[in-house]
Design a protein around this ligand. Structure first.
Ligand code: HEM
Length: 466
């Protein structure tokens, strides 16, 4: 009853525009004299009376031969262009019939939940996923700025709900400041910090955490809605479940990372900072979430190309996967540079100091430890990976020029090349200028842009399921 009354009121509000849209450009429904265009036109002219007629109509008037309908519909070019209002209209009619008959049968399902319905809902779900990936990108950038302004350790505890209300009175602020004073960052680095300065770093961390919560809600609430509406097919349900769980995991990982910067280390007067391993895990999982959302969104929104499976196309596909992987690892290695402040050990390019290979490259023992803990090696590796990424992308671009590709694919290749050079220029400038916050934050955002271009290209030339 509730469903029916909701549908009724939805129809009342959007009755005339809906019918109008149904009449505009919708193809004739074959074998159907019940819901055909003339019938709808008549109802439109009758206004309220027409609405009543529709609501009272008997489904038995539906003609035979309806089961062929879905095939004829799905073959139609119009299907992919149906606007939202028409989709709602279809939903209404389908649900109405099911309501009237008190059951759902296969014919009705195939009649109205044809590929057209799916495609229009896919577009909505696809846009939602793109918005989510944009919000994750926002969180990554905000997180980078929080780290660069050394604000990340200002909130010393974590409550999902309680911490959403910031301190309001001076007393509350004093209390919060006192808590911060118990931790190594204040004792070693910020012992002369004023309350006003504390408020700045506190608000930076607070905005990152609140944005994280907003990202969580942006994933979970629409996912529940789409699920309940039946807009997700089986594989999409799996994907959406993965994304929603991953966003929660990302939040927990963030707190796990912050905790490592709050721990007091005996006899250590080193600048307190979070573990570079946990920073890399936090950034890495944000990148995975970003890539997964972007990829799923693109899969629902971008019409695919049917590329011939030639030897060259297969090679280009492998190349594109390889470069995307390389860019991903370069970004991860950047997290180690950031985590160890390794951008400040050698600020010259292309040489590191006076050497191509610095002398303190392998001073830690065992040798493997240098890769993750020696700032010189970490910076060296990041340079090497960054330069290799741009060289690989250039070679791939030159190779792709020999292949006949769709215009959009060529565009993806050009953008990827341009962003790669921009990103390396940003990286080198960040290094030469001793890591200024705006430049370092732009370099970090550049890695997201580069990853997006690499994914776009991979998506353009992906193998389609048979
Ligand atoms: C494909 C190319 C590159 C990518 C995708 C990339 C990505 C990144 C990322 C994700 C970070 C971490 C930022 C953060 O967590 O705040 C980073 C940091 C850094 N990168 Fe790159 N990078 C690239 C090339 C380069 C190059 C060629 C250089 C210099 C030669 C460079 C220099 C730096 C420096 C100095 C930092 C540390 C900045 C900080 O402390 O915030 N990068 N990079």
């Amino acid at each position: 009853m509730l469903l029916f009354s909701t549908l009724r009121s939805a129809l009342t509000q959007s009755w005339v525009p809906l019918l109008r849209s149904v009449n505009n450009g919708i193809p004739e429904i074959p074998h159907c004299n019940y819901f055909d265009n003339n019938f709808l036109k008549k109802l439109l002219h009758k206004g309220e009376e027409g609405k009543a007629e529709l609501l009272d109509c008997k489904t038995s008037a539906r003609p035979s031969g309806i089961s062929n309908l879905s095939e004829e519909w799905s073959g139609s070019e119009m299907q992919s262009r149906l606007p939202w209002s028409q989709l709602r209209w279809r939903h209404f009619v389908r649900k109405y019939i099911i309501q009237k008959r008190g059951q759902s049968n296969a014919v009705e399902e195939s009649y109205f939940s044809s590929r057209a319905t799916l495609r229009a809902t896919d577009r909505i779900v696809g846009r939602w996923l793109l918005v989510c990936s944009g919000m994750v990108a926002g969180a990554v950038i905000l997180g980078g700025v929080t780290r660069l302004t050394e604000s990340g350790l200002s909130m010393v505890d974590w409550h999902l709900v309680k911490e959403m209300k910031p301190p309001t009175t001076e007393n509350e602020w004093e209390e919060e400041f006192k808590k911060y004073q118990q931790f190594p960052e204040f004792k070693i680095l910020n012992h002369d910090m004023t309350l006003t300065e504390f408020k700045f770093i506190w608000y930076m961390e607070y905005s990152h955490r609140m944005w994280g919560r907003a990202v969580g809600l942006a994933y979970i609430l629409p996912a529940i809605y789409f699920w309940r509406k039946g807009w997700l097919n089986r594989s999409m349900k799996g994907g959406v479940l993965f994304l929603c769980s991953f966003v929660c995991f990302q939040g927990l990982l963030g707190w796990y990372m912050v905790k490592s910067g709050l721990e007091e280390k005996a006899d250590s007067y080193d600048i307190p900072r979070v573990s570079q391993y946990r920073l890399a895990a936090h950034l890495g999982s944000a990148l995975v979430l970003y890539c997964a959302s972007l990829w799923s969104g693109m899969s629902l929104l971008l019409p695919h190309h049917k590329l011939p499976e030639t030897h060259q196309v297969l090679k280009l596909r492998r190349f594109a996967r390889g470069t995307a992987g390389l860019v991903f690892f370069t970004a991860l290695s950047g997290a180690f540079v950031a985590g160890l402040d390794a951008g400040l050990v050698y600020n010259s390019f292309p040489k590191m100091g006076n050497h191509w290979i610095p002398e303190d490259l392998l001073t830690f023992s065992p040798v493997l430890k240098n890769v993750f803990e020696n700032p010189t090696t970490v910076q060296f590796d990041h340079r090497l990976l960054g330069i290799s990424s741009v060289v690989a992308i250039t070679v791939m671009y030159l190779f792709s020029r020999k292949i006949a590709l769709p215009r959009r694919t060529k565009k993806a290749l050009k953008y990827l090349l341009a962003v790669a050079y921009l990103q390396v220029t940003l990286g080198i400038s960040t290094l030469l200028l001793y890591v200024p916050t705006p430049l370092a934050a732009t370099h970090q955002s550049g890695s997201l842009a580069l990853l997006s271009m690499a994914l776009w290209l991979m998506h353009e030339i992906r193998r389609l399921p048979k």
